[in-house]
Design a protein around this ligand. Structure first.
Ligand SMILES: NC(=O)c1ccc[n+]([C@@H]2O[C@H](COP(=O)([O-])OP(=O)(O)OC[C@H]3O[C@@H](n4cnc5c(N)ncnc54)[C@H](OP(=O)(O)O)[C@@H]3O)[C@@H](O)[C@H]2O)c1
Length: 242
């Protein structure tokens, strides 16, 4: 099944790193988009906010009524929300609650597809709380009656991406770091944003194979964390400063 351009696409997390870059790409591919977020001021401040094919709406994924309203006239929804920020002490519980609310609202809507981008390795026993939580959110969404496509990707390298900014901050500020041994041995597969969109989220690719499935994003350069840190400066040049 192919989603036609006249179907409206909901982008949650539109004020975030991935959502904020996805919205203009969908618009430039001719889709009608509804971008939602908790702050209208933040949404209106985006450079793409006045596009004629775009609708902005205030919505909180912890608020069932606002999510139901947001989903009302949409065929496809990108779920790009996470609560890993100082605002939430229990981000695992918060993300679980939000995913369940979204699933319940989706079940009562006319949505044809949920598309979620999670992280790689959350099914491994020693995965971090963050990755386990990302995996759990994917499972919750997959338990919806609405078919879902789950993508998993590693760190996205790009200015503004939280994981990239943390890495950049550490590489630039700290001459010496004490790093736990499990982190030293952890292998990661970072990918630039420029690779995520065409290879992972590109609408023509996504919508032409609308099957319920999970995909790990193809990544290159598997490396250990310390090497990643050493190469962080080099990374800056390969990043798309979008
Ligand atoms: N960035 C990466 O390196 C990376 C790598 C792999 C996978 N991913 C996945 O990509 C997705 C998006 O990540 P990101 O890096 O774009 O995250 P981000 O920049 O931190 O953005 C998170 C978004 O979630 C929204 N949000 C948080 N709580 C909300 C709530 N209660 N109601 C509505 N919206 C809420 C935030 O809105 P506010 O502006 O209101 O806070 C923000 O738009 C996640 O599923 C993540 O696992 C990201």
């Amino acid at each position: 099944m192919t989603i036609m351009n006249d179907n409206k696409i909901l982008v949650t997390g539109a004020t975030g790193y991935v959502g904020g870059r996805l919205v203009p790409r969908l618009l430039s591919d001719g889709y009608r988009v509804k971008a939602i977020g908790r702050s209208m001021a933040k949404l209106k401040g985006r450079p793409w906010a006045s596009h004629p094919n775009l609708e902005l709406a205030r919505s909180d994924v912890h608020d069932h009524a606002s999510i139901r309203k947001a989903l009302k006239d949409c065929s496809v929804a990108f779920y790009l929300v996470h609560s890993m920020n100082p605002e939430h002490k229990d981000f695992v519980g918060s993300d679980r609650k939000a995913a369940n609310i979204f699933k319940d609202a989706a079940n009562k809507s006319h949505l044809k597809r949920i598309i979620y981008l999670g992280g790689l390795g959350g099914d491994k026993p020693h995965a971090s709380m963050h990755l386990k939580s990302r995996e759990e959110v994917g499972r919750v969404l997959q338990s919806s009656r609405v078919p879902s496509t789950i993508f998993r990707s590693a760190h996205i390298l790009g200015s503004g991406s939280a994981s990239f900014e943390i890495l950049r901050y550490m590489a630039e500020r700290l001459p010496v770091m004490i790093v736990p041994s499990d982190v030293i041995d952890t292998k990661i597969q970072p990918m630039p944003w420029g690779t995520v969109f065409p290879n992972v989220l590109k609408p023509s690719g996504v919508f032409s194979f609308l099957i319920a499935a999970s995909f790990n994003a193809p990544a290159h350069n598997m490396m250990e964390y310390p090497r990643r840190l050493r190469e962080a400066d080099k990374c800056l040049s390969e990043v798309i400063m979008a």
